[in-house]
Design a protein around this ligand. Structure first.
Ligand SMILES: Nc1ncnc2c1ncn2[C@@H]1O[C@H](COP(=O)(O)OP(=O)(O)O)[C@@H](O)[C@H]1O
Ligand SMILES: [Mg+2]
Length: 251
């Protein structure tokens, strides 16, 4: 099988990165494109909630221990790290989830990065897609923690300010060596009837509607990925997933 198609979901805080990530993951699974690896790279991790699973351990938390603690007898450090990684990986139907957690000490994720790629190579599950819910800003991308994804989505509110943020993130990504063709904007929480989206020449890959079902799920503490498949934002994300599957097929 081909290597997985990796999507990093970036953008300012509160623009809908986690919502979009979780709905994309659902859409891929429903399209028969599982299994998907969900990576929660936001220290204020809540992708698991959006997907309705529980995280017991993060890579950040396991880092210190794996390298400071005495390794259990009969195991070498590598085996121990692998064992802890498997414990940190949450397995669910159609997807697995790994949470990066907070970087320790120096704030360096390098260890987690190397570890993640090494451990992932040893997983027997072959993921078709990897969806990374990144933290606000471009830290992970700047530090190379998540490598170079095949697709960088920048989620933004509609309007001029959002467009400026998209331009800023795009500039950073390009300066880091991302191909312009791999970077796409997603306008989220668009309300029809209000002023038309001022996109300043930006052609988004998707415009997702503001959907009361998302807020309702939030208020009811229900996983947002479980909202009705016919709700407007789910329909729009399904379409986006279809376009991404097309990009993957053309890779
Ligand atoms: N399309 C949408 N329609 C309605 N509410 C939304 C939509 N997308 C996100 N939200 C709401 O906006 C808030 C921020 O979304 P979230 O996905 O947590 O953003 P981020 O991960 O970027 O911080 C949440 O309360 C979420 O329920
Ligand atoms: Mg989030």
């Amino acid at each position: 099988m081909d290597r997985p198609f990796t999507i990093a979901v970036s953008g300012k805080g509160g623009t809908g990165k986690t919502t979009v990530s979780s709905l994309l993951i659902r859409s891929f699974i429903e399209a028969g494109e599982g299994p998907v690896l969900a990576v929660d790279a936001d220290p204020n991790a809540n992708l698991h909630e959006a997907l309705g699973v529980t995280v017991h351990e993060t890579l950040g938390a396991m880092r210190e221990e794996a390298f400071s603690r005495t390794i259990p007898p009969g195991m070498n450090r590598h085996q121990y790290v692998m064992y802890r990684f498997r414990r940190a990986l949450v397995e669910s139907e159609g997807f697995d989830l790994i949470a990066m957690g907070r970087p320790e000490g120096s704030g360096c994720y390098c260890f987690a990065n190397d570890l993640l790629s090494e451990c992932m190579q040893q997983l027997e599950r072959e993921y078709r897609f990897i969806v990374i819910d990144t933290e606000a800003g471009m830290e992970h991308i700047a530090r190379g923690t998540i490598g170079k994804p095949d697709l960088l989505l920048i989620v933004s509110d509609p309007g001029a300010r959002g467009m400026r943020t998209i331009a800023r993130i795009r500039d950073i990504a390009i300066s880091l060596g991302f191909g312009p063709e791999t970077i796409h904007a997603v306008i989220n929480r668009y309300r029809s009837g209000t002023a038309s989206v001022d996109n300043r020449g930006e052609i988004p890959i998707a415009v997702l509607p503001d959907d009361p079902a998302v807020e309702a799920a939030d208020l009811a503490a229900e996983p947002v990925s479980k909202i009705s498949p016919s709700s407007p934002v789910r329909v729009a994300v399904r379409e986006l997933a279809g376009r991404i599957i097309g990009m993957r097929d053309q890779r």
